[in-house]
Design a protein around this ligand. Structure first.
Ligand SMILES: Cc1cc2nc3c(=O)[nH]c(=O)nc-3n(C[C@H](O)[C@H](O)[C@H](O)COP(=O)(O)OP(=O)(O)OC[C@H]3O[C@@H](n4cnc5c(N)ncnc54)[C@H](O)[C@@H]3O)c2cc1C
Length: 76
């Protein structure tokens, strides 16, 4: 029997992606224009928008990118 929410969401769009992504753990001190908490669609969209404007952004994700609702969505 499946339990939900799963600790390891595996959305089809993630499994089909040719890109892989590994982010380093934050250690020591870091400085940025903005620090975003959460690597879901909201946080990553905000980070991308700021980065495109030349801003340095740090995204803090407690588990892994797409862990939350964004990794479980149907994409409709
Ligand atoms: C089963 C399901 C199906 C869905 N289907 C659709 C759909 O078809 N179409 C649609 O438009 N929407 C859909 N949604 C809704 C959509 O997925 C959400 O509205 C959207 O993904 C929310 O994105 P978010 O970035 O705000 O949150 P999330 O994706 O939940 O991201 C939040 C992130 O923050 C991290 N986090 C939390 N606390 C901390 C902390 N203290 N420090 C660091 N990181 C932290 C979490 O680990 C998580 O990765 C669906 C949702 C679900 C659950």
């Amino acid at each position: 029997m499946n339990s939900w929410p799963s600790d390891k969401p595996s959305p089809v769009w993630m499994s089909l992606s040719r890109e892989t992504f590994e982010a380093p753990k934050l250690e020591g001190e870091a400085h940025a224009y903005a620090v975003i908490v959460g690597g879901g669609i909201s946080g990553l969209t905000t980070a991308l928008a700021l980065a495109r404007r030349g801003r340095k952004v740090i995204v803090l994700e407690a588990r892994r990118v797409g862990y939350g609702a964004s990794g479980r969505a149907n994409g409709q």
